[in-house]
Design a protein around this ligand. Structure first.
Ligand SMILES: *Cc1c(COP(=O)(O)O)cnc(C)c1O
Length: 300
């Protein structure tokens, strides 16, 4: 069975936002809704994985292996993609299995075999790889040039791509951002919103995934992490609720909620100059909201 029959590429739309703060700055803002690709494997993760899996199949790999935490969108996306490709897969998970998160339950339901590593073993996870030369290893978060090449295909789903002056996206490992820079036009500026606190190596990590041919410029914003990775203070939850009511826009607590907040602030404060036409990448991740107590947000 081909995975393309189950992912809804035709459902990816470009959504225009109407808001007074956009009128005030004479800017326009649209979202590329990658979250509509699939309810669980929504967003950028499938794009980052696609060429790794194609490479694995081409090299006759029998088993895929990768790493992640208990709430990792990458883990569940890898599990799903491997099931559709008919490839067995192993997920090495950071921490002890005291209870299974929604993410890990979903990953298991797609057939991923879970192996738990203590935090100290997880830090030494690269030593595992030579022990299993029979596995096709995908780096944590899909970080790598193969992942960036996959992410570069994201922009082919945007309508009127060249009309945008700015592209903004949430940034974790930097793989998607590198892909967006690879795929962007020469006149475009790409902004990554780091969702981690003080990840100062990020610009370097992104640069390492570029070919050197890119014409678009980029930078990383470090001030919108809301306290750090996966931290979700009430202010962020309120903002996500407001966006749902005002724009029917579902955002997640780890990535897109923070990045969309940042985008609004940058437009209001003219860090993104007045008169710009901004494309925000809704990179998915909504399954992460399942870790919230029921009723915290009105969708999911
Ligand atoms: C993983 C993820 C990101 C970050 O992608 P990177 O390539 O690791 O920078 C952004 N948004 C969502 C929803 C994600 O799941």
């Amino acid at each position: 069975m081909s995975i393309n029959n189950l992912l809804h590429f035709e459902a990816i739309i470009t959504q225009n936002i109407s808001a007074s703060w956009l009128l005030d700055s004479q800017s326009r803002l649209s979202l590329l809704r990658l979250d509509l690709l699939h309810p669980v494997v929504s967003g950028n993760k499938w794009f980052k994985l696609q060429f790794y899996l194609a490479d694995a199949v081409q090299n006759n790999a029998k088993t895929i292996a990768t790493f992640g935490g208990a709430y990792s969108n990458h883990i569940v996306a890898t599990a799903f993609a491997c099931q559709q490709w008919g490839l067995p897969c192993v997920g090495y998970i950071r921490g002890a299995p005291q209870y299974l998160s929604h993410t890990l339950k979903d990953a298991m339901s797609y057939g991923m075999q879970l192996q738990f590593l203590s935090r100290s073993d997880y830090r030494r996870k690269n030593e595992l790889m030579p022990e299993h030369p029979e596995y096709y290893w995908i780096p944590e978060g899909g970080y790598g040039i193969t992942g960036a090449e996959g992410a570069a295909t994201i922009l082919s789903h945007a309508t009127a791509l060249s009309s945008y002056t700015h592209i903004v996206a949430a940034t974790g490992t930097g793989t998607m951002l590198a892909g967006l820079i690879r795929g962007a036009c020469a006149h475009q500026h790409v902004t990554g919103i780091s969702i981690m606190k003080g990840n100062n190596e990020l610009p370097q990590l992104v640069s390492e995934l570029l070919s050197g041919e890119e014409k678009a410029t980029f930078h990383i914003e470090q001030d919108y992490h809301f306290g750090g990775y996966a931290k979700h203070p009430p202010q962020l939850i309120d903002y996500i609720n407001t966006c749902w009511h005002q724009y029917q826009l579902p955002l997640d607590i780890v990535y897109t909620g923070k990045a969309f907040f940042a985008t609004e602030q940058m437009i209001r404060q003219h860090t993104i100059p007045a008169g710009s036409n901004v494309l925000f990448i809704h990179s998915g991740g909504l399954q992460g909201n399942l870790s919230l107590p029921a009723g915290t947000i009105p969708f999911s």
